[in-house]
Design a protein around this ligand. Structure first.
Ligand code: PBG
Length: 341
């Protein structure tokens, strides 16, 4: 046996980085970031029907709710301390058309849902997308003219959609359409209808992402117009400097909060946004990010609780103020039970 003979000085090494990590309490007091229920937003899906909640195949554990069921879900979410939800409609195919007319129906499912939830949970923040994809038969976020999604014509409809939703009681209007110039037009439209306190959460850097796949299945917004691609309005994943231009534009047009989406593959964008702009920055951990973790966890390939925590804390570390995540409810429960300690 070889004997190690060098005598190490007692104080070697002088600085031991492991000291702070050795005990639970010291890890806590040196932690630079924390997950807090205040910074979680739960996205929910709503559909026609009564007493229904069908599981979404592409998103294990996530349901499509009927209105009565989503109200109960909202109550539970509020009781867990989650401050806000984002509601997405699954529209009956019969109600879809080329211009997404149903989006402007003051009695559409989203408006009915907003009213029903507000009645039971007046203090729960409600976020609604402004975009036409759940309502168009071709699945695009706007209307099509001459084989392209027409920017300026689409914005006119989006302004009306924003007003319809604000009238129903929506607190935060979230344009997710990626049309140019829409934030300013929506702000002006809201103000002219006296919705001066309705917040605009702009999906500023929304990438053309394959990670939205399960969501399109959930809301039934699969693209049916193969000639046009969402690449013609959503951002190219190869670009980051362009994302800063998008964010700057939206801030200058009056966005109260900006959003980056997806999250995990775009941590660099969140970080740059944090370093460059003094606005609240939200990140959306999208359906594909959810389903990948869920699928692996359901196979016991990863530990769900720990993987989810790590993915969310990395989004916070990058600079996100709050996170839209399908895991919000389960994380809120785990936080309450102190399971992350
Ligand atoms: C569409 C919209 C999308 C998502 C939110 N709003 C998808 C798309 O652009 O097709 C995706 C959310 C998710 O994947 O969880 N306006």
């Amino acid at each position: 046996m070889v004997k190690f003979s060098e005598k190490l000085p007692k104080n070697f090494p002088l600085l031991r980085m492991r000291r702070n990590r050795m005990r639970t309490f010291s890890r806590k007091i040196v932690a630079e970031n924390n997950l807090n229920v205040d910074n979680l937003i739960q996205p929910l899906f709503v559909t026609e029907g009564k007493n229904e909640n069908t599981f979404i195949e592409s998103m294990p554990g996530i349901k499509r709710h009927s209105i009565d069921s989503i109200v109960n879900e909202a109550k539970e979410i509020e009781s867990l301390g989650i401050p806000a939800i984002a509601i997405f409609p699954n529209i009956n195919n019969k109600l879809k058309d080329a211009i997404g007319s149903e989006a402007l129906n003051e009695n559409n499912i989203i408006c009915k849902t907003i009213k029903a939830i507000k009645k039971e949970c007046p203090n729960l923040g409600l976020i609604c997308d402004v975009a036409l994809d759940p309502y168009t038969d071709h699945g695009h976020d706007g209307i099509i003219h001459n084989n392209e999604v027409d920017n300026d014509e689409t914005i006119k409809i989006l302004c009306e959609q924003a007003i319809v939703q604000a009238k129903a009681g929506c607190d935060i209007i979230a344009p997710s359409d990626m049309m140019d110039g829409r934030v300013k037009k929506i702000r002006t439209a809201l103000d002219s209808h006296n919705f001066i306190n309705t917040i605009i959460l702009a999906y500023s850097s929304k990438y053309a992402s394959a990670f939205y796949g399960p969501f399109r299945n959930a809301v039934g917004s699969k693209i049916n117009q193969s000639k046009i691609s969402k690449n013609s309005y959503q951002m190219d994943p190869s670009n980051s400097r362009e994302a800063m231009r998008e964010i700057e534009l939206d801030i200058n047009e009056g966005a109260d909060i900006i959003l980056i989406k997806p999250a995990i593959s775009y941590l660099d964008i969140i970080k740059s946004a944090y370093e460059n702009y003094n606005v609240p920055i939200f990140a959306y951990q999208v359906s594909g990010e959810y389903s990948m973790i869920k699928a692996a966890a359901n196979n016991n390939w990863v530990n769900e609780k720990d993987t989810v925590y790590e993915s969310l804390i990395s989004i916070k570390r990058a600079g996100a103020t709050s996170i839209l995540t399908y895991f919000a409810k389960s994380v809120a429960k785990n936080l309450k039970e102190g399971l992350y300690n």
